[in-house]
Structures are given as C-alpha cells and as structure tokens.
Design a protein around this ligand. Structure first.
Ligand code: HT9
Ligand code: FE2
Length: 380
C-alpha cells in the first residue's frame, strides 16, 4: 500500500486568508452550437501543434451532440448550487463564472467583477488535481487576463487548493464506487455469471509524459514510484478501494483517456480501451470511475460512454460507468468548506474548513524546474 506517513493538505499561504467580496468559478469552457466547434478547438489548441486531423476527429464528438458540450450547463448548475449553499450559510459573497476557452471569457468576467466594485477574488478552478493543465495554465491565464484588461493591481486573485484528497471529492466518489460494484454484480448475476471477476478502472485525462515528469515535489515521486500527476490519482484510487466495503478484494488500476497531440510524443498510458482489451480474458465485468473529472462533460460522455463502453461490449464484459461529482450535495457543501478556509469573518477566523481523507503530504504540488514548453511539437 502506497501511503505517506503524514497527512498535510496545502494550507492557504501567508496573506491568502482574507475577507473576499467575490468568488470566481473558473473552468474550461465548451462550444454551444455547431458554429462554435472549430473556433473553440482552435482556442484550446492555440499554438500547441495539435494536428488538423485530430481537431477534425475531436469535432465529430461535439457534432454528434449538436455542437454542444455539456460543460457550460454543468458549470451554470454548479455555480447556482454553490450560490445557494453560500446563502444558506449566510456567507455574503458574489459568485462569477469565467472560462479559458469559450464565453464567458475571463477577460469579460474580470471586467464585470471590477465594474461591480470587487477587488479581492477567491478563485475555484473546476479541476480536482494539481498539474500543468489543471492548475498552472489557469494561473498563466489569470496573469495574462489582468494584463490584457489593465486590471493589474486592481484585482487580487487567490486560487484555492486542489481537492482530490478532500472529503468534498472522496465521499461522493466512494458512494459511486459502491453503487458501481453493486450494479456490475447484478449484471453478472442476471447474465448467469455470478462468480465472474470484476475490475475497477479509475480513469483520468492523459498528459504528455514529459509534462508529468517536470512536476514536483521529489518526495512524492519517491513514495509512489511514479510521476506526481499519476501519484495523486493512485493515492485516491487506493484510498477509495480501502474505504469502500463493496469493493473489498477487487483488482483496480489507474488508466488514461483522451490523449491528443503528435502521435510520436509519449503520453501517460495505458489507454482505457487498451486495458479493457488486455483484461477481457481475465475479468467478467468492469466498473469505470471517471474520477479525473468533476462533471460529465464531452470527454467523459464520448471517450467512456461511447468508446470504452463499445470496447467492453465487444469483449462481452459487463460495464458500469460511474457518475462524476457534478452537483452532488456533499461535493457542493465540501467545496464551500474549502472556500471557507480562505475566507475570514469579522473576528479574523476562517469561515469553514475542508477535511483531508486521502493520507499524504499534498502540499506544494508544482512544477519543480518550471514547466518549460509543455506541449512542443517534435516535428516542428
Ligand atoms: C489534464 C487535463 C484535463 C483535466 C483537468 C481539467 O478538468 O481541467 C483536461 C480537461 C478537459 N479537456 C477538455 C477538452 C479538450 N482538451 C484538449 C486537449 C488537451 N487536454 C489536456 C489535458 C487536460 N484536459 C492536454 C494536455 C491537451 C493537449 C493540448 C492542450 O494542452 O490543450 C482538447 C483539444 C483536442 C484534443 O483532444 O486533442 C479538447 C477539446 C475539456 C472540455 C470537455 C468538454 O468540452 O465538455 C476538459 C474539461
Ligand atoms: Fe483536455
């Protein structure tokens, strides 16, 4: 079992505990109609050497869904659920929403917040893990947006910590795992294979191995024997398997989806489809846990509900795709607890606190020597 002896979350840094007047929900963004699809994909891949054939292929995933990604509607729902939870707790703060790749863009949201008189903004990013795409790239976006809007020195932004190790994220996922195992057991029973072996596949977004290798700190690489991006997922997967009774004795593995970029550039493996194929002779069913994501956006519904499901069916495996945290009540209230670690009341006390459930020292999960050029095209 790969667990660190100490449990240390990332604490708010000096000066990050303050009185805030706005909370920004910061996300990826997605197209909302057929005409948006290609401009959106160009925004996502700007200057990063994703081949046109790959863009065309990804476009078909969106086109099959009317050119609409579910992600924006999911973020609207998360924003209103957070607003409701904040109001119920009497926390007086205005909520905003902005995206990296589609409207409402950060530039518009930043101006809107400033026009409304807000100066100290607490930022919640819709990614549970620390990594270049899920953390640092957002910080780069915020810096560029402050420059572009001339709001440097006017708006102060503080991004809250990652939360894959917090009850906000682990409790709903534990519930999903238990339900998934029960469902696959029921499917096997109904199919006359009650003794069939079940495997739990924990799936997350692949990233280039070179980007993963640049991330520190070294202590985590030593404990887990892998890169820090994978280690965060491994720690949560192990924790869920340990804490969910229904999953006792089952095999599990962290696998990856949605690789892109130049085919010659190595990305983290195995791909979920390859792993399902490899496991087909040894197992009767799979529980797929998309715990790399917080909502059922396009990458989840395409790569898992379409592709991975087909792969499993081709090989006669029972299949269950677990939900993502979405607007699960424990997720929403747990996120407000985490926001509350940073927000001080009139007496200078934090309004709330999250709770670390995955053991380990998860402080300071950044790129050790800088990220370099994370996604350079080897053919360039
Ligand atoms: C780690 C990670 C997360 C998880 C953390 C997080 O949640 O933030 C994530 C989330 C998402 N990725 C998404 C969509 C896309 N990602 C792409 C491309 C890429 N993702 C990468 C990494 C990640 N991505 C990387 C290293 C690339 C290569 C180029 C680049 O660095 O940009 C591309 C380009 C086309 C292609 O797939 O090649 C698209 C369309 C959507 C929206 C889905 C929707 O519309 O519902 C979401 C939430
Ligand atoms: Fe992505």
């Amino acid at each position: 079992m790969t667990t660190a002896p100490e449990s240390i979350p990332q604490a708010p840094a000096e000066g990050e505990r303050a009185v805030y007047d706005a909370v920004l929900l910061a996300s990826f963004g997605g197209p909302e109609g057929q005409d948006d699809v290609i401009p959106f994909l160009r925004n996502v891949t700007a200057g990063r050497g994703i081949p046109d054939e790959r863009l065309e292929e990804v476009a078909t995933h969106y086109r099959a869904n009317g050119g609409v990604s579910p992600i924006n509607e999911q973020n609207r729902q998360l924003k209103s659920a957070l607003e409701q939870e904040l109001a119920e707790r009497g926390i007086d703060v205005s909520m905003y929403w902005g995206n990296r790749n589609w409207g409402p863009y950060f530039t518009d949201t930043f101006r809107q917040m400033h026009d409304a008189g807000h100066r100290r903004v607490l930022v919640l990013v819709t990614s549970a893990y620390a990594g270049y795409s899920s953390n640092d790239q957002y910080l780069e976006d915020f810096e560029r947006t402050l420059k572009d809007t001339g709001l440097e020195g006017e708006l102060t932004l503080v991004k809250v910590r990652q939360f894959f190790y917090d009850k906000a994220f682990t409790h709903p996922n534990a519930e999903f795992l238990a339900a998934g195992v029960k469902d696959v057991r029921a499917q096997l029973e109904a199919g006359g294979k009650p003794e069939g072996r079940i495997k739990v596949l924990f799936v997350t977004h692949s990233i280039p191995t070179a980007v993963a290798e640049r991330q520190g700190p070294a202590r985590i690489k030593e404990i887990f024997g892998t890169d820090v991006y994978t280690a965060q997922h491994q720690a949560l997967a192990d924790h869920l398997m340990d804490s969910v009774e229904e999953a006792a004795g089952l095999d599990h593995q962290v696998v990856f989806q949605s690789r892109s970029g130049d085919p010659r550039t190595p990305w983290l493996e195995p791909d979920i489809n390859d792993q399902i194929e490899e496991d087909a002779d040894s197992y009767a069913g799979v529980v797929v846990m998309p715990f790399g994501f917080i909502s059922d956006h396009m990458e989840v519904i395409w790569d898992l509900d379409t592709e991975a499901k087909e792969t499993a069916e081709e090989h006669g495996l029972a299949f269950h795709r677990a939900p993502t945290t979405g607007v699960h009540p424990e997720f929403v209230s747990g996120l407000v607890d985490i926001l509350g670690e940073y927000m001080l009341d009139a007496e200078g006390r934090p309004l709330a606190a999250g709770e670390q459930t995955v053991p380990g020292d998860w402080s300071d999960l950044t790129g050790d020597g800088g990220w370099g050029t994370p996604l350079e095209d080897p053919s360039a």
